[in-house]
Design a protein around this ligand. Structure first.
Ligand code: GDP
Ligand code: MN
Length: 440
């Protein structure tokens, strides 16, 4: 049976839509539990690429229509391509709430760039990969357009099933790669790379050939693939996707689009890259949570979930679904939290007006139950909690200072409204009790 949360968590899928989903057949659960990866805008990715010998078009970035017009003039190109900068793909076929169709436009006239940019900047662009209402465009890329004689697909990613990096390519690029994978799986080529040995020239050449590059274009494509792989490794990327990876009638292999995701665990050694993180597309509450090193995911039900660990988060959401409830969100404490973070977590959870009850489900390991209990009591006291609270603590220091009793007494002091310790909490009695603490 499909996990109910997998069916429900559209919001999560939005974050994950940025990854080529067709590659992860059967591993949706794994993807759902992954942390958010840092994503850069196309112009930022292309800057990294061009700094590392990968061929991209000349471009400028603009955040006003006037700047876009000036950039178009300065480019002094035969043709210009104007591209809305949002983190989701499918921009070419997207629609703006200004009425403008297409997030990617080609024109020979710089004045048209100015007019189009006016209908892009400040408006929402909706694509297949964005929420229905779209994502606000704050910047546009103004680039020198090149003729494209052939569009292929190339990606490099860390793949669990390969236990390391894999090159994925298709001679049918430009289009929706998921569709190619579904209708013509024989047109998807993979090349597993040994991370210790690095990419072999024979592998890059074979991929170039599979992508349909011939003659001198083959070794040029192989050279670009090698440079892309070396960049992937150097910047601790989890994914580099180029669609289209194209060729021009003049015989050049060019990366026309770029999407790079990063491993958040590498932040400490990729400071420059992480400093580029554009948080403007995040929900404000997600940014607020990130400040305290908490992971917040908004969903559309009414029960707030306060958990530690992505696996427990998923299981908790499933339990809520299976009992007829719907999670309003979940907040993942992660490991090694302090009391103050527990307090902040409660503040975030209760700020959501949809929340009608809070379920705390914590497995105490490194985060021990006493820390959580102290954090909860502080939060209950100071935030004057108005909604029912159900707490389950299990694991390290479960009994310390009588963690449960502690919560019970302290929270009881704040509103005197405890219904007592309940052994079994169901969706039905959840709404009736002010504060329930149940033991396992
Ligand atoms: P996406 O729709 O978000 O994936 O944005 P892309 O950057 O891939 O652009 C969409 C499509 O616009 C590409 O597949 C190309 O067909 C086309 N395109 C983008 N840049 C150029 C260019 O410089 N020249 C030409 N001729 N077409 C381009
Ligand atoms: Mn593309």
């Amino acid at each position: 049976m499909a996990s109910p949360v997998a069916a429900q968590a559209g919001k999560l899928l939005r974050t994950l839509a940025l990854r080529p989903r067709f590659l992860a057949a059967g591993s949706q659960a794994v993807q759902l539990t992954s942390r958010r990866w840092l994503n850069l805008q196309e112009y930022q990715s292309k800057k990294l690429m061009s700094d590392n010998g990968v061929r991209v078009q000349r471009f400028f970035v603009a955040d006003t229509a006037n700047e876009a017009l000036e950039a178009a003039k300065r480019l002094n190109a035969k043709e210009i391509v104007l591209k809305a900068q949002i983190l989701a793909g499918g921009r070419g076929k997207g629609v703006f709430n200004s009425g403008l169709k297409g997030g990617v436009h080609l024109t020979k006239d710089p004045n048209v760039v100015g007019q189009l940019a006016k209908q892009m900047i400040g408006y929402n662009l909706a694509t297949k990969q964005t929420p229905k209402e779209g994502v606000k465009v704050n910047k546009v890329m103004v680039a020198e357009a090149l003729d494209i004689s052939r569009e292929t697909y190339l990606a490099i990613l860390m793949d669990r099933s390969c236990n390391g990096p894999v090159l994925v390519g298709s001679p049918q690029g430009g289009v929706d790669i998921e569709e190619v994978a579904a209708s013509n799986p024989e047109l998807i080529f993979k090349e597993q790379i040994d991370i210790f040995e690095g990419i072999k020239d024979s592998q890059a050449q074979r991929m170039a050939e599979n992508l349909g590059f011939i003659g001198p274009l083959k070794s040029q494509a192989a050279d670009q693939i090698t440079k892309l792989y070396n960049l992937f490794l150097k910047i601790d990327a989890t994914q580099v996707e180029v669609n289209p990876f194209g060729e021009t009638p003049e015989g050049q292999v060019v990366c026309f689009d770029a999407k790079i995701n990063f491993d958040d665990n590498a932040e400490f050694r990729q400071k420059d890259i992480f400093a580029m993180d554009d948080k403007s597309e995040n929900e404000p509450i997600e940014n607020e949570a990130a400040k305290y090193d908490l992971k917040y995911i908004g969903l559309d039900g009414n029960i707030a979930c306060f958990v530690n660990g992505a696996g427990l988060a998923m299981a908790t959401c499933d339990i809520i679904f299976l009992n007829g409830g719907k999670p309003a969100n979940f907040l993942d404490l992660g490991g090694g939290v302090k009391e103050a973070q527990v307090y902040q977590a409660f503040k975030l959870l209760t700020a959501d007006p949809k929340v009608e009850a809070i379920l705390v489900n914590i497995f105490g390991g490194i985060v021990n139950c006493a820390i959580i209990a102290n954090g909860i009591t502080k939060a209950c006291r100071e935030l004057e909690l108005k909604v029912p609270l159900v707490v389950r603590l299990e694991g390290t220091f479960m009994e310390k200072k009588g963690s449960y009793m502690h919560i019970k007494q302290e929270t009881g002091n704040s509103n005197g409204n405890i219904t007592g310790i309940q052994e079994n909490v169901t969706h039905q009695n959840l709404s009736k009790c002010a504060i329930s603490i149940f033991l396992c």
